[in-house]
Design a protein around this ligand. Structure first.
Ligand SMILES: Cc1ncc(COP(=O)(O)O)c(C=O)c1O
Length: 367
């Protein structure tokens, strides 16, 4: 029984061909806009690159209270004051509350991120022009919505994204400059240790996935962990490797878009049978959206469901553990962090895999 979830791995078949120009998903999404693109080794690296160049009116940033530690750390390294804004339990933003906090805080930077491929920040986007005219820098982290094609009437000053969450590449991130307010000097060097360590892990995972009864899983997991640990301690931006550029230029992003949607829609239809136990955090999936995962709210013992899935080789991540830098103690936020589970629905899987997950929900109900 194949495992579902876990790190993408490297398929040598797709890493051939030219480096190519702008990957098609970015060209389609942002053309004919005349933006500048800087490819970096990770989402964090894109943020570090940006923070090395911009000079906000104040070294303070407004960030969502539900986010990943890795979104926060570049600001911590750069000495910013952190202000967390509320996110509703359906991951939308209450614009009245948000604006009040913005006006009271008058931050130098605001960072927004849509969640899981859905456009959860449309109400703030309507205010971008006002915010920018205050001299505040607007950053959209599009790591979760990279392939979604929702309308963007007003753009931020910068987009940034991790690319590693979408397919098997050793490294990858991008910073997109829409404002061109300051010249950005991209890094030249890539992170040799990070790339070679992840390539080593990919090679072992590739072997393991061909024979899941073989040994070696602990080894590649510890190698992946070593690479992440290295990234966690990196404080200077680095460029994306040639191999990742080649893979993203030669990947069929439309196929990824379609397969993820199909899997999500299948889960969405079948998950209704379990609404006493769990339900999707998001409303139904609009046509132009591409999901990262299906986040579900688990009413009963989330960790028991997670362990049950793991016992059957399904590895749903938790987005996210409570960040170390989130020191407020709001019950609602803790609820979110303790009830949500992200069900994998990416392009590696098909309807049979999604069915397996649904069958396991049914089995868990009777535990
Ligand atoms: C929204 C978001 N932005 C940025 C990052 C950081 O990306 P990377 O791990 O490539 O630095 C993550 C990581 O999970 C993320 O979820």
């Amino acid at each position: 029984m194949n495992e579902i979830g876990g790190e993408f791995w490297f398929d040598p078949q797709v890493a051939t061909g030219d480096r190519g120009g702008l990957p098609v998903f970015l060209a389609e999404k942002f053309s004919p806009k005349n933006h500048d693109y800087f490819f970096t080794s990770s989402g964090r690296s894109a943020c570090l690159l940006l923070l090395n160049h911009v000079q906000p009116k104040k070294k303070s940033v407004m960030l969502p209270e539900c986010t990943c530690e890795t979104v926060i750390t570049p600001f911590v390294h750069a000495g910013y004051d952190l202000h967390f804004y509320e996110v509703e339990l359906d991951l939308d933003i209450d614009i009245e509350k948000w604006l009040l906090q913005y006006q009271n805080t008058q931050p130098g930077i605001v960072l927004l991120h849509p969640y899981f491929g859905f456009d959860t920040i449309a109400c703030v986007r309507e205010k971008y022009d006002e915010i920018k005219s205050d001299g505040c820098i607007v950053i959209e982290d599009i790591t979760h919505s990279l392939l979604s094609r929702f309308p963007i009437p007003v753009e931020p000053d910068y987009y940034l994204s991790s690319l590693r969450k979408w397919t098997g590449i050793p490294d990858g991130g991008v910073l997109i400059d829409c404002s061109k307010n300051v010249p950005i000097t991209p890094p030249n060097e890539h992170d040799v240790f990070f790339v070679s360590t992840r390539m080593e892990a990919f090679a072992l995972k590739n072997l393991f996935m061909k024979d899941e009864n073989s040994d070696g899983k602990d080894i590649f997991l510890s190698i992946f962990a070593k690479a992440e640990d290295h990234l966690n301690h990196t404080t200077e931006p680095t460029a994306m490797s040639e191999i990742s550029s080649s893979i993203i230029a030669n990947t069929d992003w439309n196929e990824i878009f379609q397969q993820r949607r199909e899997n999500y829609l299948f889960l969405e239809k079948r998950i209704k049978d379990f609404d006493d136990l769990l339900y999707p955090v998001m409303d139904s999936l609009p046509e132009s959206f591409c999901p990262l995962f299906m986040p579900v709210w688990v009413n009963r013992e989330r960790d028991s469901l997670r362990n049950h899935l793991i016992c059957h080789r399904i590895y749903p991540p938790i987005h996210w553990p409570i960040p170390q830098h989130y020191v407020q103690n709001k019950l609602r936020v803790h609820e979110f962090y303790h009830h949500c589970l992200s069900i994998p629905c990416d392009q590696r899987y098909d309807e049979a895999c999604m069915s397996r997950i649904i069958d396991l929900f049914a089995a868990w109900r009777n535990v």
